[in-house]
Design a protein around this ligand. Sequence first.
Ligand code: AMP
Length: 363
Amino acid sequence: MSSTKTIGIIGGGQLGQMMAISAIYMGHKVITLDPASDCPSSRVSEVIAAPYDDVDALRQLADRCDVLTYEFENVDADGLDAVIKDGQLPQGTELLRISQNRIFEKDFLSNKAQVTVAPYKVVTSSLDLEDIDLSKNYVLKTATGGYDGHGQKVITSAEDLEEANALANSAECVLEEFVNFDLEISVIVSGNGKDVTVFPVQENIHRNNILSKTIVPARISDRLADRAKAIAVKIAEQLNLSGTLCVEMFATADDIVVNEIAPRPHNSGHYSIEACDFSQFDTHILGILGAPLPAINLHEPAVMLNVLGQHVEAAERYVTENPSAHLHMYGKLEAKHNRKMGHVTLFSNEPDNVVEFGKGIDF
Ligand code: AMP
């Protein structure tokens, strides 16, 4: 039997593109489903250009591929269930359903995986906000559809309640206590349905709710780093994980609190392409194919900077002045403001001296 597979990827943005590049190195063929025929993956794979909820296109992809995966979690799980054959989506649709809805996600994290999350309650209307204790701060988040801080309202006083009530009456929400964290961190973990492998802890700096800089290893104690990795492994084991998952967490002075999970390679793991012996995309492909997974080693401390639409020229200048920095551009045709166009990875022991492209310019 040939070990060469045809892998179908739903979504042809940068994550799909980098998955496809890893798959191609391993000898596999990739077919991508994306609404745009000129999406980033079109540089490296055949594209079926159709909307994600086009069941005929999903069926065509399923019929032509041995294995399916996705680059983002808002895939129509019912549509997928209708077309996939047994075992064709090793990640399963259950994980999609968990990560599409914060209510299911919190329930899974706190009750099934039994990891620490911020104290929370489900809010179905503004009535559920009437008796909250305003001596504490909160974040109200819509259960579905939120991303990069959209669909969220921070509550620090009674003045915030008008907007919070409106949000609560517009959609089902989760009300979380505000976590006074020192750092935002994330851990990438990959599974092959049996075993898991875990990456170093990443420290993440956001600007305007968009990831701007990732520093690896995160500047937290070894004890907290071990704990963060153990939490990611526990979640992966509870899921019988196949492929790559990112666990986003808050590091407080003495604890780790899980914020959310993303069932796919993640922006904060891009440094692994150069800085680790296997990337998060390599282990994603190995994992969904059920292949043995390598232990991950970080060659040297690394920093990743995101290149948004308004940073493209600065990033191109930066690598002419710093030729040992790796510039990745995703091949997006239009450099819109805040659109993720590429990233830069470099090795550095002095992460504070690696200045984000937007700092002092746009923010
Ligand atoms: P999320 O969409 O859940 O990733 O939230 C976006 C950002 O809001 C996070 O990266 C944090 O900076 C912040 N945030 C979310 N939840 C909390 C919380 N419970 N406490 C403090 N900050 C939060």
